[in-house]
Design a protein. Structure first.
Lengths: 203, 240
């Protein structure tokens, strides 16, 4: 979440004080991202240093009464940021994916039970978010948008878990281990555990 | 008293070596006012569970009770009557009859059950009113918006004394905002004392339920636990 750009966006509506910016930021993000006032002032100082906002009051000690407006440079920065796609190109090191991959190879662990435990936990989270949306005022569109974003993100994890389960069910059972000499050429992996085979196959 | 109670339900299709158990020893109780979602992949038995709960199919073994009545103790005629009076279905495409008005669509199940046309219409109008459709009672389905047709379908499912609402992928063909609208209505209808069971593979729809039950290979393998309030969620999120 770029607080910096959210503050620039609020300042496009006209000059504002720090406290006012904090309050409006929380309102517009469905009050899901609390922001402390220190963060607001630090961010405003940096924006001012970079020439993206300017204060309307020259008195350095004006404190909370100091109001800020966006500069032309700030407008340009905001427009560029809004249209720049976030970096989705490199896959994140997802802890859940790693847990499921590791579970495949661990003796006495049923990977399907691991998948179900995570699935249940995520659906419980989705139920909580859905209650937030259900109880929200119909006109609170920002809150609905924030909750939707979270629900779609969690839903995509559920879909991955469903796909993982279905792939694991369809995957051929690991062959009984064969004596090393009976393997054909090119089968140099000493112990063919499901996890090493799958990891190898993906590369 | 539970509106729906399934005890030890097994459903076997085929015989001998070709036999397949679509459901195995399933227990489920749904209370008045509760909305339960059943989630599972294709072939997991979730639709079979719904048809057995709706008394459209008989289990191979186990007992189904609706409103405290054990189905195995009822004659076929009594079962059919129970089905018409106590159980409502919401289908994926809503299945409204094009030649009937909204009120006629909603009161039809009661008329089929022998209720007088006048009493059936009164119950139909009452159900439409509950769904905020009092002013559209005499419109035909093609004069209604998509959202209004959803409401008519739900009104029909809860008309009269019907207290068990069963829905199979009730928003299958709808986009997410309209799908959400269906679930909001189902949710609100249940809060009025109806017991609801929704079968879906969609986690976003399932998350409208009070309880989500996970079914795999004909068995209930897990369910969500009673949640904390939404406040906890916002605190956790805010602490990030």
């Amino acid at each position: 979440m770029s607080v910096r750009h959210a503050l620039l966006a609020l300042l496009t509506e006209g000059p504002k004080y720090g406290l006012q910016l904090r309050q409006e930021f929380e309102q517009r993000t469905g009050e899901v991202w609390p922001l402390n006032v220190g963060q607001v002032y630090t961010t405003l100082q940096r924006l001012e240093r970079d020439g993206l906002v300017a204060s309307d009051d020259d008195a350095a000690d004006a404190g909370p009464q100091k109001s800020f407006h966006i500069t032309d440079g700030g407008q340009a920065e905001l427009t560029t940021w809004l249209k720049t796609p976030p970096d989705l190109s490199s896959p994140p090191r997802d802890e859940l994916v790693i847990k499921v991959l590791v579970a495949i190879g661990v003796r006495d662990i049923d990977v399907h039970e691991v998948i179900q435990a995570h699935r249940r936990h995520i659906v419980e989270l989705m139920q909580e978010w859905t209650r937030v949306k259900r109880d929200a005022a119909p006109e609170d569109v920002p809150l609905a948008l924030v909750v939707d974003a979270e629900l779609f993100r969690l839903d995509s994890v559920i879909r991955w878990l469903d796909t993982a389960e279905s792939r694991l069910r369809r995957a051929p059972k690991p062959e009984p281990s064969l004596p090393a000499e009976s393997r054909g050429p090119g089968h140099g992996v000493p112990k063919s555990t499901p996890s090493t085979r799958k990891a190898g196959a993906r590369r | 008293m539970s509106v729906l109670e399934l005890s030890g339900i097994t459903k076997r299709y085929g015989i001998g070596a070709a036999a397949v158990d679509a459901l195995r020893e399933v227990d489920l109780r749904v209370e008045p006012g509760e909305l339960v979602a059943i989630m599972g992949p294709s072939g997991s038995g979730k639709s079979t569970l719904l048809t057995i709960a709706g008394t459209l199919e008989e289990p191979t073994s186990g007992e189904v009770s609706v409103g405290g009545l054990e189905l195995s103790k009822l004659s076929r005629a009594e079962q059919a009557q129970l089905r018409r009076r106590a159980i409502g279905y919401v289908f994926q495409d809503f299945n409204l009859l094009a030649g009937l008005t909204a009120a006629e669509n909603v009161s039809l199940p009661l008329e089929l059950d022998g209720t007088s046309a006048k009493a059936a219409r009164a119950a139909g109008l009452e159900a439409l009113e509950r769904l905020g459709l009092a002013g559209r009672a005499d419109h035909f389905p093609d004069q209604l918006s998509g959202g209004e047709r959803q409401r008519v379908a739900i009104a029909r499912a809860v008309v009269g004394e019907r207290r068990l609402l069963l829905a199979d992928e009730p928003s299958g063909a709808l986009d997410s905002v309209n799908g959400e609208a269906v679930m909001r209505l189902v949710r609100a209808t249940c809060q009025g004392g109806v017991a609801g069971v929704v079968v879906t593979h969609d986690a976003q729809l399932a998350s409208w339920a009070d309880r989500v039950i996970f079914i795999r290979d004909g068995r209930i393998v897990d369910q969500t636990s009673a949640p904390d309030g939404p406040e906890s969620l916002l605190e956790v999120d805010g602490a990030r």
